[in-house]
Design a protein around this ligand. Structure first.
Ligand code: MN
Ligand code: MN
Length: 298
């Protein structure tokens, strides 16, 4: 079950109205790296998780992400509050109100006019939130890696948001939210490496002929050797000719039923091209010698 506590996880102190900043913060409310996406990601993973430790961790973090959603949504609401009131009550002239929606070069009119200044489940560009942001595959060795990357991306978006505001209270709350993503990233990394076997993901082993091969397919100046293609670990293939047909002749084939075979043959015959025929085409007719028109300089 869920229960709501009226106190925020982190105190929100906003110095002044700033609808433009509110719009940028929507990135972490209804954007792909935002708190709703994070909460839904971990909540749904928790429901399907078999390991009691991971299940508990995923529920803990999912619930915390909902608490973050509340903090970032409250920041948006506070930053919009003044402009929302003035627009609702039409306290200024039309021109003044119109200007107040524009903020510091960032349009907040969709948020104000359509959503009434409330935090909407959209990103900073107005794109509607979608469950497609969540890439859960239902296998912890893959999902934990994706979760680690998701926390890293969320951390980076918070960092960018912190860099665009000098409001100390907003910076403080954003710094808290950013810091918690770092903590989550660590928990997911520990959970990944606490699995007995997390690489390769899943159960089937790779084909040993190819698991440790590195194809050097981009050759020339800039070719670099590093741990990602260390010959001590990888069999480095520098001969491009050896990078195709690695298992046979490299050609495609399919076995078909006789009626399929006959239909495909009929299709091929009907659509066959003739290399010896070259009739004049419409494009050629249209691109004939240019016709000089009266008054046209050539
Ligand atoms: Mn969060
Ligand atoms: Mn997080």
């Amino acid at each position: 079950m869920f229960a709501h506590n009226k106190r925020l996880q982190y105190t929100v102190r906003v110095s002044q109205s700033n609808p433009a900043l509110a719009n940028l913060l929507l990135e972490q409310f209804g954007g792909p790296q935002g708190e709703l996406a994070a909460a839904c990601r971990y909540f749904t993973q928790a429901l399907g998780e078999e390991d009691p430790g991971r299940k508990d961790m995923l529920m803990d973090i999912a619930t915390e992400e909902l608490s973050h959603l509340e903090v970032i949504g409250t920041l948006v609401a506070m930053l919009n509050k003044g402009a929302k009131g003035k627009l609702a009550e039409a306290t200024d002239t039309e021109a003044e109100l119109f200007r107040s929606l524009q903020g510091a070069g960032n349009d907040s009119h969709v948020t104000q006019v359509l959503y009434g200044g409330g935090p909407a489940l959209v990103n900073s560009g107005g794109q509607l939130w979608t469950a497609g942001y969540i890439d859960t595959i239902g296998e912890p060795s893959a999902d934990l890696r994706s979760n680690i990357a998701a926390e890293a991306r969320a951390k980076i978006v918070y960092e960018r948001l912190i860099n665009v505001t000098d409001d100390p209270g907003v910076r403080d709350a954003l710094t808290f939210l950013m810091t918690r993503e770092v903590a989550h990233q660590q928990s997911f990394e520990k959970a990944l490496y606490s699995m007995d076997k997390s690489f390769p993901p899943g159960k089937l082993p790779g084909d040993p002929r190819f698991t440790n091969v590195y194809f050097n397919l981009s050759q020339g100046e800039g070719d670099t050797t590093g741990p990602w293609n260390d010959p001590a670990v990888f069999q480095v293939e520098n001969d491009v000719a050896n990078a195709h047909s690695i298992d046979g002749d490299g050609m495609a084939s399919v076995a078909m039923a006789p009626d399929e075979e006959a239909a495909v043959q009929a299709l091929a015959t009907r659509t066959m091209s003739s290399p010896d025929t070259s009739p004049v085409t419409g494009a050629e007719l249209a691109s004939g010698p240019p016709v000089e028109q009266a008054g046209q300089r050539r």
